[in-house]
Design a protein around this ligand. Structure first.
Ligand code: TRP
Ligand code: SF4
Length: 327
């Protein structure tokens, strides 16, 4: 029996190269070893985007089309939308009864996001419960593993604490304590060297057209101490070099050499990177274009996924009700 994995992304915007490097490429690999559930977390998206919820539905389709184009295979994995499976909010409610407020106020992601996303007004009742909904997502499917970045580790620890408290209070072991699947996530910075962010518009989307892709790569910041081509460069402190390392590790030695020996200028270095990225993304971009013309394929994948997800989650919810209410 394969172990089970669940992961999710919030459909708050277009997916970019950072999502590929940090999560999606890993998801694609996990599909062969694990029984995978991949979810568009639209309830979680609403927790921060509730003032402008208009694009969430479009982003679900757009993001899932990217997943499919970049190798998430509906024959191997269950692909679904969180709100299509009503059990997520139902279990969220059951868990809300037993989670002490202190656990949530103490959560580092809560403290951090509140200060970072001031402009979003996420000082809300729902946002405090963000990790509780995430726990419900994971526990509904008895996921053994959750692939997470370091920043999400506290949410997983909270999930495990919720499991123990539930079992202690109701005397029945219905859940599995999920384990993190820590992957060495290469940190990919934005084109300007800052954190990749929608508000900075400093990334290359997974479906970026050729011309804007070229322009964006050429706009990247390079080693600031290298002014003329004859100056030797410092690839370790150049963002362009980190893109080579993440996407074309096989070429990074060569790039390193031409940089430290001042054999190629930064413009040429970036132009070669942009050609490589165009080649790397071309097929996926074409496939996405095709499935976005008529969204019925994406919709049918999601419908089938919701059906599969419901089979699991409905069973789990029955067990939860039996444990809590004896029904
Ligand atoms: N919180 C995750 C993120 O921002 C998204 C998410 C929602 C998730 N539910 C999940 C991830 C369950 C893993 C498991 O990236
Ligand atoms: Fe960066 Fe390439 Fe310029 Fe070196 S040559 S500083 S790696 S852009």
């Amino acid at each position: 029996m394969k172990k089970r994995v669940l992961s999710g992304m919030r459909p708050t915007g277009k997916l970019h190269l950072g999502h590929w490097a940090g999560a999606l490429s890993n998801w694609v690999k996990l599909q062969d070893e694990y029984e995978c559930f991949f979810m568009a977390a639209d309830w979680h998206a609403l927790m921060s985007e509730y003032k402008n919820p208009g694009s969430i539905n479009d982003m679900i389709v757009d993001n899932v089309a990217d997943w499919l184009s970049w190798g998430i295979d509906p024959k191997k994995s269950v692909i679904f939308v969180q709100s299509d499976v009503k059990e997520h909010v139902e279990l969220f409610t059951f868990l809300s009864f037993i989670v002490p407020l202190g656990w949530l106020f103490r959560c580092p992601t809560f403290k951090e996001q509140i200060t970072q996303l001031k402009e979003k007004d996420i000082n809300t009742y729902a946002f405090l419960g963000y990790p509780v909904l995430q726990a419900a997502d994971i526990l509904l499917y008895s996921a053994d593993y959750v692939p997470v970045g370091e920043d999400q580790l506290p949410h997983l620890e909270l999930t495990r604490e919720i499991v123990r408290r539930f079992h202690f209070l109701y005397g029945k072991n219905v859940f599995i304590e999920p384990q993190p699947l820590l992957t060495s996530v290469p940190k990919l910075l934005g084109l300007d060297g800052r954190k990749m962010s929608k508000s900075y518009d400093n990334f290359i989307t997974l479906d970026e057209q050729e011309e804007p892709l070229k322009a964006k790569v050429l706009s990247m910041f390079t080693d600031p101490s290298r002014i003329k081509k004859s100056d030797v460069g410092h690839p370790q402190s150049c963002n362009v070099f980190s893109y080579y390392k993440v996407f074309f590790p096989g070429r990074s030695e060569q790039v390193y050499a031409w940089c430290v020996n001042a054999e190629k200028g930064c413009r040429e270095c970036k132009s070669i990177l942009s050609e490589a990225l165009i080649e790397f993304t071309a097929q996926k971009r074409m496939y996405k274009k095709k499935i976005m013309k008529d969204k019925s394929y994406v919709r049918s994948v999601l419908k089938k996924g919701a059906g599969r997800a419901c089979e699991f989650s409905a069973k789990m919810l029955k067990q939860v009700k039996r444990a809590v209410l004896g029904v």
